[in-house]
Ligand binder design. Structure first.
Ligand SMILES: Nc1ncnc2c1ncn2[C@@H]1O[C@H](COP(=O)(O)OP(=O)(O)O)[C@@H](O)[C@H]1O
Ligand SMILES: [Mg+2]
Length: 365
């Protein structure tokens, strides 16, 4: 997807409920065939944006384009955007086959074509043999598959989903999301997926749009969102992060040196626009730090941030440490390769994987 064709373009969109600005002048481009996730805390406007795109709400300002045509003036039933909602609301009195065929029947599609299209959906979603079951005779995951099939059978190329997996238990949730991603890649439809679950967003998306209070804070690939968050909110919402405050004391084309209390941390230059003396925040993920005991440090002459382990917790695949650096700051460090000797204790030194340290300007906080 190098020359990206934009299928849906949202321009300066806003929506009010009474005095409350639920969507605050949002602009967003959605490339054709991509998987875009709207991620944000509850109440930030995700559902409202999805409903605006689907045509269930009228915007108060701005424009939505679908393949360069203005969507605002078209009613929902004339748009190419079937919506699968989290309450997948299958018709309880219709069996699997009839549920999937429902929309095609309404459109008076010839019977033969219905059989063929429903048949290919049943196959695609692994529902062969379950045609005659009713929704209550299906597991949550199977019901979800029928809901996807019922939307995709309409032959449209955009699927809007509002927290579709929230009714499933944790294991099934992971299974169905992986299936959904595989199908989207195989068939190349465009997916707009809403979730408040960061793991879900990171694992299935081409792009994530992080939302807060009716605005988009950042749009990027999962790796960009995780490793190059633009604001503290994004860094904090997506994963765990240490926020290390400091002052720029030196920089050149390759590196920036930031002094934070007694330590100097070196960050590779990535087009950051900083000045000497400027206050910045470094975002350091817990797994990008390694801990060494004091005596190791002296032996290997490592440089790093000194601290004192105050707490540790064994979590199976890793040990999480809380390291006190000074009175105002405790760092979280995840050790994914704990020594068999067990937990470390006492005075230690932390060394950072410089390439993964990210800098945020204090003013962008
Ligand atoms: N129909 C409505 N009438 C009044 N307020 C609404 C309506 N729908 C949503 N809101 C408000 O708009 C904000 C965004 O809601 P929503 O888009 O549902 O958030 P999300 O899906 O991110 O949880 C919330 O504060 C919610 O209370
Ligand atoms: Mg919602």
């Amino acid at each position: 997807m190098n020359t990206e064709e934009i299928i849906i373009k949202v321009e300066n969109l806003s929506k009010r409920f009474g005095n409350y600005l639920a969507i605050d002048h949002i602009s967003l481009d959605i490339p054709k065939g991509s998987f875009l996730t709207l991620l944000g805390p509850s109440g930030c406007g995700k559902t409202t944006l999805l409903r605006l795109i689907a045509g269930f709400y009228e915007p108060d300002g701005g424009t939505i384009y679908f393949e360069e045509k203005k969507l605002n003036d078209l009613p929902a039933y004339k748009r190419d955007t079937p919506l699968v909602f989290q309450e997948y609301a299958l018709f309880p009195h219709l069996n699997v086959y009839e549920n999937i065929a429902y929309g095609l029947k309404l459109k008076k599609t010839p019977k033969k074509e219905i059989q063929q299209r429903v048949g290919s959906m049943l196959k695609m979603f692994g529902l062969i043999g379950m045609e005659n079951r009713f929704p209550k005779e299906l597991s949550g995951g199977q019901q979800q598959r029928v809901a996807f099939a019922r939307a995709l059978v309409m032959g449209k190329n955009v699927l809007l989903m509002d927290e579709p997996l929230s009714n499933l238990d944790a294991k099934m949730r992971v299974e169905v999301r992986n299936e959904l991603r595989a199908l989207q890649q195989q068939f190349g439809f465009t997916a707009i997926f809403v979730t408040h679950d960061q793991d879900e967003a990171l694992s299935i998306s081409d792009r994530i749009a992080v939302f807060n209070k009716g605005r988009i804070c950042q749009v990027g690939t999962p790796a960009e969102i995780y490793f190059k968050p633009k604001t503290k909110f994004v860094a904090d919402f997506v994963g765990t992060a240490n926020f290390v405050e400091g002052v720029v004391i030196e920089f050149d084309d390759l590196f920036i040196k930031v002094k934070s209390n007694e330590s100097v941390i070196t960050v590779p230059q990535k087009d950051y626009d900083v000045k000497i003396g400027e206050e910045v925040i470094l975002v350091v993920r817990p797994e990008c730090i390694s801990i060494s005991r004091e005596d190791d440090i002296q032996r290997n002459q490592l440089d790093g941030v000194k601290g004192n382990i105050v707490k540790s917790s064994f979590l199976g695949r890793m040990i999480r440490y809380w390291v006190k650096v000074d009175d105002s700051m405790q760092w979280i460090v995840d050790d994914f390769n704990p020594k068999t000797a067990g937990h470390l204790e006492g005075q230690i030194t932390m060394t950072l994987d410089q390439s993964k340290v990210h800098l945020i300007k204090k003013e962008d906080e």
